[in-house]
Design a binder for this molecule. Structure first.
Ligand SMILES: *[C@@H]1O[C@H](CO)[C@@H](O)[C@H](O)[C@H]1NC(C)=O
Ligand SMILES: *[C@@H]1O[C@H](CO)[C@@H](O)[C@H](O)[C@H]1NC(C)=O
Ligand SMILES: *[C@@H]1O[C@H](CO)[C@@H](O)[C@H](O)[C@H]1NC(C)=O
Ligand SMILES: *[C@@H]1O[C@H](CO)[C@@H](O)[C@H](O)[C@H]1NC(C)=O
Length: 501
């Protein structure tokens, strides 16, 4: 924070006593207070716990209580939660089609209990006017298995802790939180006393939905927390990819789009108390009992996908099945693992398949040598419990000689599960394989902390590629072959026979 640095410098210059100065500095830099120019007139938070990660949507009516038009709204999280926020997206709830707002993380150069994002409104909000923000995000790795270890045939329970008062930088007049559980089995939860404005129990239960609030928090200082913990049954694995590497290779010459994905998976659920028993496992799978172990994944593929493979550290996994699907319907790859993956266990593998390039590539209207490619950014398995991705690296390998590469991640009116463009790192590089002269152009995109909601978000890439570039490869091969013939001819003419002396 430049401001604080300035204060410190001033302090060093003007004040003779260094002791006073040090104290002042500590006081000055341990806090960051956004200007108090807004009021949240009503806030409703929806917390969804149906998957292996937390998904929250906060709808908040914001009023400008300042004297000037304002366009920066600060969004705080406690610092232990801040790093776990993924796919943060903010829109005007009353005009979602206008697209997402620009959001940035605020860099604080000191430790603080709260860390902030700043939401930039596209147009300043006039004094006394209101805007309804729809703020949505995921929280990865934020659930705790309770108990932490279980027996092989036990049911898994997760606990989730949060503040009943949504943390905000501004006063909030009324607020409530709705929690959606995977089932009605919620054995433990915090019950509040005397907090709620209306009569009735807090939380109010309705099947698998709990409502905390409404609370009148107009007199409560912003940043005040009220701890709430819930514990619920979650019989599914917590599918976590610590890394997904996805390669898409475009071949104009072969008319092919080849995809290969490498997964480093972990089940982040309850660990086993005792040794794994194969016999017990066979019996329980025979009885079809629910288990928090991961035994298979269903992977939908685009219609027309061919030559799928599934290879792990041991080799070809022959227990997988592929259903090619009807025309224009998704195909299905069923990945059955060699052994069940319990909490704390890892499993890495790679899968791949081919597609006809024609269904992804178009010639651009701007010129005969310009192309537009539209491919899914990530695909990944589809499971009711969802999947979280800590690191994703997507590499698009374009033909040799491709130029003017530009990309865009397509936005719809709803969330595409991706973070804002400024949080996706990209770079271009060259990649040389056998017989390449220039090396192929590779576009690499890296993102962190995604969820399976990013499935099917589209990556659109435009590039230039001329006929001459297309001929380069066969030309190289021909030239290569000629060189071999010439060499063979030349070698053939050398007398290598062992002469008699
Ligand atoms: C993603 O999560 C990790 C671990 O929680 C964190 O260190 C990292 O800063 C996060 N990245 C982003 C871009 O939020
Ligand atoms: C997942 O892993 C993280 C550490 O990476 C841990 O903090 C968290 O509690 C784990 N469990 C769940 C269910 O998210
Ligand atoms: C790998 O296993 C599949 C069965 O899922 C089989 O069809 C395929 O031929 C195997 N591939 C190799 C190279 O052994
Ligand atoms: C699983 O992989 C993680 C890294 O992703 C590693 O830290 C951990 O030790 C591995 N666990 C086991 C049981 O091999």
């Amino acid at each position: 924070m430049r401001l604080f640095t300035a204060v410190t410098a001033l302090c060093g210059l003007l004040l003779p006593s260094s002791v006073v100065c040090a104290d002042e500095r500590v006081a000055a830099i341990s806090e960051f207070n956004p200007p108090q120019v807004f009021k949240n007139t009503n806030l409703v938070r929806h917390t969804n716990l149906e998957k292996g990660y937390v998904r929250e949507t906060v709808n908040v009516v914001v009023e400008n209580v300042g004297k000037q038009p304002q366009s920066d709204y600060y969004l705080p999280f406690s610092s232990d939660v801040f790093d776990k926020v993924g796919s943060l997206e903010v829109r005007d709830k009353k005009a979602v089609e206008k697209g997402r707002f620009n959001v940035e993380a605020v860099e604080l150069d000191f430790r603080s209990d709260l860390e902030y994002f700043v939401i930039h409104f596209p147009e300043p909000l006039a004094p006394k006017s209101q805007i309804t923000l729809g703020i949505s995000y995921t929280l990865l790795n934020s659930l705790n298995p309770r108990p932490a270890t279980i027996e092989q045939s036990d049911r898994q329970f997760l606990s989730y802790s949060f503040s009943g008062f949504t943390i905000s930088a501004y006063p909030t007049v009324t607020q409530k939180t709705k929690l959606k559980f995977p089932s009605t089995k919620v054995p433990d939860f915090t019950v509040t006393e005397g907090l709620k404005t209306s009569s009735g129990s807090d939380p109010e239960r309705q099947g698998a939905t709990f409502t905390y609030g409404p609370y009148d928090t107009s007199k409560v200082a912003p940043g005040t927390t009220y701890p709430i913990t819930v514990r619920y049954e979650f019989t599914n694995p917590i599918i976590t990819a610590s890394l997904l590497e996805r390669d898409l290779e475009v071949s104009h010459w072969g008319g092919n789009l080849a995809t290969e994905e490498r997964y480093w998976l972990r089940n982040n659920g309850s660990e086993l108390t005792s040794q794994f028993s194969r016999v017990e496992w066979t019996i329980s799978s025979y009885q079809n009992l629910p288990s928090s172990a991961l035994r298979e994944l269903k992977y939908p593929l685009k219609a027309g996908s061919v030559d799928p493979y599934f290879i792990d550290d041991v080799g070809n996994v022959s227990t997988s099945r592929y259903r090619p699907g009807k025309p224009n319907r998704d195909a299905h790859l069923e990945l059955r693992f060699r052994y069940p993956i319990f909490g704390g266990w890892n499993y890495s593998f790679r899968i791949g398949w081919n597609n006809d390039l024609a269904s992804f590539l178009r010639r651009a209207v701007t010129g005969a040598d310009s192309y537009v490619l539209k491919v899914p950014f990530i695909e990944g398995p589809k499971a009711p419990e969802g999947a979280q991705y800590e690191n994703v690296v997507v590499r698009l390998i374009l033909p040799e000689g491709s130029r003017n590469v530009k990309y865009e991640l397509v936005e719809g009116s709803a969330s595409n599960g991706l973070p804002g463009p400024n949080q996706i790192r990209s770079h271009l590089s060259d990649y040389k394989t056998y017989m390449d002269t220039l090396g192929r152009t590779v576009l690499t995109l890296e993102a962190e902390n995604l969820s399976d909601e990013a499935r099917d978000s589209q990556l659109v890439v435009t590039y230039d590629y001329t006929l001459l570039d297309g001929l380069r490869k066969p030309f190289t091969i021909t030239a290569g072959l000629l060189a071999v013939f010439a060499a063979a001819w030349f070698i053939g003419n050398i007398d290598v026979s062992i002469r008699k002396r």
